[in-house]
Write a protein that binds this ligand. Structure first.
Ligand SMILES: [Zn+2]
Length: 147
């Protein structure tokens, strides 16, 4: 059973809420979530924060069946239907995993343009945990046309 570990939650809150990555000062590699050791060159504790654009394309995806979720997502997993989880390749070239929202599972396509949105992820012991999801860019385009 997965469980929220409060100190860990607070430590990772800022990157989770704001999509902040860490850029290695030695080789320029960006990682998200931030870590202490560069995956490319092995440099330790030598990163600067970078705000990720939150825009990218679906690299790969899968559909999670209704109820087939990890423990902390069980309520959402049972109340909703199937939902898509995708590996998103961000404009910065890194890949992050996230739920696709505001679209039907059957509408998700590889290469589909998406952007980040912040949403409620799940609730546990009265703590509502928010995080990022991705939605198709078409929603923003429709809004711009109306304006
Ligand atoms: Zn590096």
């Amino acid at each position: 059973m997965a469980y929220i570990y409060i100190p860990s939650m607070w430590r990772t809150l800022k990157p989770r809420y704001r999509l902040i990555g860490a850029k290695c000062r030695k080789c320029g590699m960006i990682c998200f979530p931030p870590r202490r050791i560069c995956m490319k060159c092995g440099e330790t504790d030598n990163f600067e924060e970078v705000k990720l654009s939150g825009r990218g394309k679906v690299y790969s995806y899968t559909i999670i069946a209704r109820g087939a979720t990890v423990y902390e997502h069980r309520r959402e997993g049972l109340s909703g239907g199937a939902f898509p989880i995708a590996l998103i390749e961000l404009e910065e070239g890194i890949r992050v995993l996230g739920q696709i929202t505001d679209c039907k599972p059957e509408e998700v396509r590889i290469g589909m343009e998406v952007e980040v949105v912040f949403r409620r992820i799940y609730e546990q012991d009265g703590i509502i945990r928010y995080g990022y999801k991705f939605r198709p860019v078409r929603f923003r385009k429709i809004k711009e046309r109306k304006a």
